[in-house]
Each structure stands twice: as C-alpha cells, then as structure tokens.
Design a protein. Structure first.
Length: 115
C-alpha cells in the first residue's frame, strides 16, 4: 500500500510563501518516476480544487494559482513539492498530495493564510 507523507503546511501571512512536500517512501523508484502527481486543495465546505499537476517535465496549474505556485518532483527522493508564493488571504485550505493513476490522496496538510 502506498504511503504519502505530507509536510510543510502552517500559517503564512498574505504575500508570503510556503513549500509543501509529499514523500512516497514505499513507492518503487521506477513507478514514482513515471507517476503523474498533483496537489488538490479544499476549503471548508467547498469542493476540492486541483491546483497543480506534474507528469515528467510537464506541469499544469489552475488559473487561480498560475504564476504563483510551482510544482516539482525529485525522483531520487520520491518527493513532490509545491512552492507557494504570493499567498492570498483566503483563510484555511487543506492541501492533499494526489497520484493520478490510482486516484490516491495523502492525509492532507493545512495551510492558513492570514494576517
């Protein structure tokens, strides 16, 4: 069974930055290297929003985060990252690491942007 270890959430001020990490320690390297991964976020009472995906070197972003967020993948560390810059004061979201092929989600890490 795959394991997703997410970290990096917390409190940030508007305009600030945070970097989320999601490690898949039990995933075979070859599987991880070819995996399509992404990050969802969900605000209380709202539907999840897919904010970024990465497949190989190809990345895609939701319009709401484009030019502010950067998704990356370190295959040797079996880890994906989400660098979030110019954060907006949108309250609290839970960010989930996601693997597309098996529609599997991590446990989530909470991000609060507030002054």
């Amino acid at each position: 069974q795959e394991q997703y270890v997410e970290s990096g959430g917390g409190l940030a001020q508007p305009g600030g930055s945070l970097r989320l990490s999601c490690k898949l320690p039990r995933t075979i390297l070859s599987v991880f290297t070819s995996a399509s991964m992404g990050w969802y976020r969900q605000a209380p009472g709202k539907q999840p929003e897919l904010v970024a995906t990465i497949t190989g070197r190809n990345t895609n972003y939701a319009t709401s985060v484009e030019s502010r967020f950067i998704i990356s993948k370190d295959n040797t560390r079996r880890t994906i990252y989400l660098q979030m810059n110019s954060l907006k004061a949108e309250g609290t979201d839970v960010y989930y690491c996601w693997r597309q092929e098996i529609d599997c989600w991590g446990q989530g890490t909470q991000v609060t942007v507030s002054s």
